[in-house]
Design a protein around this ligand. Structure first.
Ligand code: GDD
Ligand code: MN
Length: 372
């Protein structure tokens, strides 16, 4: 009767996990028995482990027909996942893909919850180590710090601040959602694949949820996370930020338009209607703020306007503009007086800092993306 059920494929990358893989697979097969709505299959992606991992898996495959394996060159974790995802979709016709570690740190029982939530319409379910109810008993303070700092950077620079654990290796993804993402464009490198993937899935408006997990102690062996992976992770965040700069570019275009509106209003009022500069200038500023707001609301951040009522956004936009103006001015004054920098350069730097603040304020507050 399994044959009529949609397939959920548990993709398990392995590199030298001989001691762990059998136990992990057997546990997943136990969980499989308790799930009626999906047919659970296992796909091991082994990168020619020298310790005989694939021989162990081969033996299990002779006894259980729900285990599959692909073997390849050891490149990195991200590359292994990409190959696994592609095989799960094309060869196994999976509807759900679950990412899971082989080393016992992820409790296979959580897969039950994954599947239930997927049935209820969630397209991305993250087993999270950093929300209420989670724990990471095995993490050293150092590893915990690295993970938290890394996550902070991905969240705020990658625009996925609604997610607390962007690097988790335990999650369930709907294949239809995955199909919308351009996987081959993603960084396939090491562990940073995890965070790139999250950003890409969220860019495609994934219906996502985080559930707490206990990130257990590794059974045998040690983590394969290298120093190089961590450096690459940082480089990758810069790439994500750059790729996400579409919003920021729109923001700047609107900003330039705002300057023109400001100038034209001021010019019209002073030259054609004879207003005094003292009065014409604030009116011109206000009109340009309003026109900027309208452009951001209906263009730059059009997708983010369900959160808050129009008038509140309008109000917040003014506050951000005011503070950004003060920051701009304070910078300008400091640069020309204290640091004695050329006034035109100072003017430019002041505007640049003000713009970045303005963007951050409106992106993270006025037009904040919804939480999960
Ligand atoms: N095929 C393949 N190729 N598998 C690999 C490779 C590789 O190059 N590198 C690591 N793996 C496998 C390991 O064998 C293990 O099953 C799984 O990927 C996770 O590797 P670990 O070395 O145990 O990672 P970790 O525990 O340090 O890291 C965990 O947390 C990270 C974020 O903090 C994992 O869950 C990562 O996926 C996660 O990004
Ligand atoms: Mn591990």
């Amino acid at each position: 009767n399994d044959n009529n059920l949609p397939i959920a494929c548990i993709v398990i990358p392995t590199y030298n996990e001989k001691e762990n893989i059998e136990k992990t697979i057997l546990k997943v097969l136990e969980v499989k028995k308790t799930i009626q709505s999906f047919n659970l299959v296992i796909l091991v992606v082994d990168d020619n482990s020298q310790d005989g991992t694939s021989e162990t898996v081969n033996q299990l495959m002779m006894r259980h027909h729900d285990i599959h394996m692909i073997n390849g060159e050891k490149i990195c974790l991200g590359d292994a996942y990409k190959r696994g995802f592609s095989y799960a979709q094309k060869e196994l016709n999976s509807r759900l893909i679950v990412q899971m570690d082989a080393d016992g740190q992820h409790d296979p029982n959580v897969i039950k919850t994954f599947v239930e939530l997927a049935i209820n319409g969630k397209e991305l379910i993250i087993g999270s180590r950093f929300i209420a109810g989670s724990s990471t008993p095995d993490f050293s303070s150092w590893r915990r710090l690295i993970s938290l700092v890394g996550n902070f950077l991905v969240r705020y620079l990658g625009g996925v601040y609604m997610i607390k654990d962007c690097t988790s290796g335990f999650r369930c993804i709907d294949v239809n959602l995955l199909k919308q993402c351009k996987l081959d464009r993603l960084s396939s490198k090491g562990y940073s694949f995890q965070s790139t993937l999250i950003c890409e899935l969220m860019r495609n408006d994934a219906r996502a949820i985080e559930i707490p997990i206990i990130f257990n102690k590794r059974e045998y062996g040690q983590s394969k996370l290298s120093f190089y992976d961590q450096i690459e992770f940082l480089i990758n965040i810069a790439r994500i930020r750059f790729r996400n700069s579409e919003d920021f570019i729109r923001y700047c275009i609107v900003g330039i338009l705002g300057v023109c509106v400001n100038f034209m209003t001021y010019f019209t009022l002073t030259r054609f209607t004879g207003w005094a500069p003292e009065l014409a200038s604030p009116v011109a500023i206000e009109i340009s703020i309003i026109s900027n707001f309208i452009c951001h609301n209906f263009w730059t951040f059009i997708k983010r306007t369900k959160q808050e009522i129009f008038i509140n956004r309008f109000f917040k936009f003014h506050i951000v503009a005011g503070i950004a103006g003060i920051i701009n001015y304070a910078f300008f004054i400091t640069l020309i007086n204290a640091l004695i920098i050329n006034d035109l350069i100072s003017l430019f730097l002041g505007i640049a800092i003000g713009t970045v603040f303005n963007y951050a304020g409106n992106s993270l507050w006025t037009f904040r993306k919804p939480s999960l």
